[in-house]
Structures are given as C-alpha cells and as structure tokens.
Design a protein around this ligand. Structure first.
Ligand code: HEM
Length: 486
C-alpha cells in the first residue's frame, strides 16, 4: 500500500514537472526556473522585483518570462506595452484568491474583476466621476476647497518642523471620501481614516514582502496547510478590516430614490444595473484604496523632490505667482498657461515612479495572442513594466536626474509630445487607471496650492533621502520639513 502511494506521488510529481516545463517552453525566453519556487530560488528577492526585472531585461530583451512562481511575461519597452495593452487580448486579471476570499461576491469590483462584470462597473464608475463633474467642474470645486482647507490647516502648525504626511493624506482622502460617501473628515477628527490608511499600508507592505502569498496565488490549496494557513489568515484579516470599514461607510449613506444622487453610493443605488450591495462595497473598496494612497504618495514625493531641488521650486513658484497670484486657488483652466507646472508634475510622477511590479495589477491574456513577436497562450499573466520603462526609455536623457526641463521644447512654452506620451504612471490601454482625471486634478491643484503658500525646505543640517521604502507601491520614507510662508 505504502509503495503504491509513493508510486502515485512520484507519478503525480513527474507529471506536474512535465507540465511546468512544457508550459515554460510555450512562453517567451527567460531565466531557468523550477516548479513551486519559480525564480525565487535564483533571481527574485521580494520586494525588489523591479531590480530583478531590470537585470533580466538587460539579459533577455524587452519581452521575457519570469516565474513568481506563476509564469509572467514581462514587457519593458514603450511600444510593446502600448500595443499589447491597447488590445482586448490582454485586458484580463488573474484569478485573485486574496480578493475571492475577502469579497462576498464573485468577480466583484473593478481592479481585479474580468469580462462583462468588469467592463460594466468600470464604465459606470468612469461615467459617475464624469457626471459628478470632471466636466461640470463640481469635482474640481471639491478639490479646490479641500486644497484650501489643507493650506489653512498647515498654516496653524509649527512651521519650523512639519510632518506634511497627514495634511496631504486628509486632503486626498477627503476628496474620494466625499465622492463615494458624501462627507469629509475634519482635520482634527480623522483618527478613523488614519487607522484605515495605516492598516492599508501594513497590508501592502506585508503582501509585498511575503514569499507565501505568491505561492498561494499560484496554488490556492496551499493556504489550508499548517503554518501557511496561519500566515494567510493574518493577511486576509487585514484586507477584510479594510473592506469592513468601507461596508460601514456605504451602509451609513442615506438614499432617497426621489432625489438626485449627490455621491457615488446613491448613484449606484439609482443607476447601476447590478443592484447587489456587495458589488457596491467591492467597487467602493477599489476606488477608496486605489484612489487615495497613490495620489497621497505622489504628493509626498513632490515635497521631497522640491525640497531637494530649490531651483525647480523657485521657478515653479515664479510661474504660479505670475499666472495665478498669491491668493486665488488654482483651477485646471490655469494648467494650459503653465507649461513649467505641467513639466514639474510629469517629472515628479516619472521620478517617484510609485507603481512597482505588482501581482494585483498584472494583466492576463484571455486568448492566444502575440507579444513583441512571441506567441503567448491564453491565460498567461503579463506585466507592463511601466516602472522600468519610465527609468530606461531613451527619450529620457539622464533618466535618474530630476529635471522637469526635459519636457519643455526649445520655444520654452510647448511640452515635448514624445516625452509626455512616454510618461505613463497611470498605465495605458484598456485597464488604464479609472481615476486618472481626478488624480491629475488633485496633483495639479494640490501641488500648486502648497508651493503658492509655502517654501518647502529641508530641516537645518539634514539632507533629503530620495531612496524609497520598497513595497508594491514605492513610498517615500517619513520626513519632516521646515516651511516658510510665501
Ligand atoms: C497618482 C495617482 C494614481 C496613480 C499613479 C494610479 C495608477 C494606476 C495604475 C498604474 C493602474 C493599473 C493600470 C493597469 O492595470 O494597466 C491603476 C488602476 C486603477 N486605478 Fe489608479 N492611479 C492613481 C489614482 C487613482 C484614483 C484617484 C482612483 C479613483 C478615483 C484610481 C482608481 C483606479 C482603478 C479603479 C483602477 C483599476 C482599473 C481597471 O482595472 O480597469 N486611481 N491606477
């Protein structure tokens, strides 16, 4: 009996190994990998995926396969990312066991869903963002008001030694909070929001550094094994706490069908074809998580880059004061007349480069297709490595230098189209960021308001550390500044 069991186990193992290498042979070239551990044995050390991807693309070219431990086709050049992601063939996401077990409906939300459900919720959300105003300026007004509140709040602080993190966080979070749930947190009473944000940061860090979560993504049954199940529960509970927070907020929103919706939850009840409450919770969770940490992190990087480059800060402020003056709050109509500000925002996003290779944002081929001349079968994961692309594309001379002038043409006023079009922090194509319009408004108005009101300086005797804390999002390290009122 024992012999039979051993034989069965051996046959099963050989069969799995055969399938692994047969699948491997059907994919673009890449480093040697083994079943179960993939390239974690030789090439990859979480969370430094971006370092390994850079090394591997120098070795194998812009399209290669890496095992995390599931196979992923990585693309690092602009043209191939653009052409691949504009096609419907690679608009899927992976079956994500983390979301499947923390959500109470199948294929819910936007970020991780697939097929018709994804398309319907993505379209509804973008249309609702538009209806509430990117076109009619209502959202922009909320951003302007929130920016003014942020500046007024900072003015009350001890400007000699300021931590700007929570001021920026509340500015950004309040905008998405008001859009989704119809209310803002006062600056002096937002501990609930801060707890959510800290929990979210811990969840991202935990997942980015874990070697167990990728294994569970590939072989979901392993989450029931001893020890692994314990680690899994820990990660799952963190995500579940975030979903519970959002569910609580969505439940508290009052809805009267006879009145015009004033927030996303009411618009969902009134206009969404899918009436399931848990679909609403899943969409709100995606918008709330995707919509605040990214923009906050970018603005925090902005403070660091501008504190480290006083010449850029002075030039930006000069443009602000000449076009907007000292007191008026910026609006998006100012942007067209402020090429240097546009260049600075682009360069901040390029250099901050916050979205590192990230399992949740991997795409999936839904049919047999071709990428960069290689055949790629259906159901293969694909990473458009925008992180590496924005650091290595030849259009960015001296790519590690923070230098907004790279975006300005010789006439001094026009933006260089070929450089702007390769700056793709929001991704590109069918899965391109659903909140890009709102994020661009927040970044522009938030940055202009801060620089219009304050000179951002390093603390006396300190230097600015531009090395990120490495997770799936590249966060800046905590930093205090000295501020001067302008
Ligand atoms: C600076 C700020 C932001 C950056 C850098 C950013 C970046 C990204 C990136 C790189 C993706 C993945 C694209 C892909 O899979 O190819 C994404 C997806 C997404 N983002 Fe953003 N984002 C930002 C702000 C926002 C905001 C403010 C919202 C909501 C209001 C938002 C909502 C989403 C959603 C829902 C998706 C999933 C889209 C889909 O799968 O169809 N993001 N974002």
């Amino acid at each position: 009996m024992l012999l039979l069991l051993v034989l069965l186990l051996l046959t099963f193992s050989f069969w799995e190994i055969f399938l692994f290498y047969r699948r491997r042979a059907s994919l673009p070239p890449g480093p040697f990998a083994v079943p179960i551990l993939g390239n974690f044995i030789n090439e990859i050390k979480p969370p430094y995926l971006h370092v390994a991807f850079k090394r591997l693309s120098a070795r194998f070219g812009p399209v290669f396969t890496v095992h995390l431990p599931y196979p992923v086709v990585n693309i690092s050049d602009f043209e191939t990312i653009r052409d691949t992601f504009r096609s419907n063939d690679v608009a899927g996401r992976m079956q994500n066991v983390l979301f499947e077990t923390t959500r109470q409906i199948e294929n819910g939300g936007i970020v991780a869903s697939n097929g018709d459900d994804w398309l319907e919720q993505r379209r509804f959300t973008i249309a609702t963002l538009r209806d509430f105003g990117m076109g009619k300026n209502l959202m922009e007004e909320k951003v302007r008001l929130s920016a003014k509140n942020m500046a007024d709040f900072i003015k009350e602080k001890d400007l000699g030694n300021v931590d700007l993190r929570w001021s920026i966080q509340v500015f950004v979070s309040n905008i998405i909070n008001e859009f989704l749930f119809g209310f803002q947190y006062p600056y002096d009473d937002c501990s609930k929001l801060m707890n959510f944000v800290l929990g979210f940061n811990e969840a991202i860090e935990g997942i980015s550094k874990s070697r167990v979560v990728p294994l569970i993504f590939m072989l979901p049954w392993t989450r029931r094994l001893p020890i692994i199940s314990h680690i899994w529960e820990h990660h799952k509970n963190r995500i579940q706490n975030m979903v519970n927070y959002v569910r609580e907020q969505a439940t508290a929103v009052k809805y009267d069908p006879s009145e015009e919706p004033t927030c996303y939850v009411q618009a969902f009840h009134k206009n969404n074809k899918d009436k399931r409450f848990e679909q609403l919770v899943a969409c709100c969770t995606d918008m709330f998580t995707a919509g605040q940490e990214t923009t906050t992190t970018t603005l925090r990087w902005a403070m660091l880059f501008l504190a480290a480059h006083q010449d850029v800060q002075d030039k930006l402020r000069a443009e602000i004061l000449s076009h907007i003056g000292k007191d008026r709050i910026a609006s998006m109509a100012d942007k067209a007349k402020m090429p240097y500000a546009s260049a600075v925002v682009n360069e901040i996003q390029r250099c901050a480069n916050i979205v590192a290779p990230n399992p949740i944002l991997l795409h999936r081929s839904t049919v047999n297709t071709e990428i960069g001349g290689f055949k790629v079968p259906a159901d293969t994961l694909v990473n458009g490595d925008i992180h590496q692309m924005m650091k290595s594309d030849p259009v960015f001379d001296d790519p590690n230098r923070f230098w907004p002038e790279r975006y300005i043409a010789e006439d001094g006023v026009t933006l260089r189209k070929e450089v702007v079009e390769r700056t793709i922090p929001f991704g590109i194509g069918k899965r391109q960021c659903a909140g890009e319009g709102l994020a661009r408004t927040e970044l522009f108005i938030g940055l202009i308001t801060l620089i219009q009101n304050f000179r951002i300086l390093p603390l006396p005797g300190s230097t600015i550390d531009l090395e990120p804390a490495y997770t799936n999002i590249h966060f800046p390290k905590p930093h205090n500044f000295r501020l001067e009122r302008v």
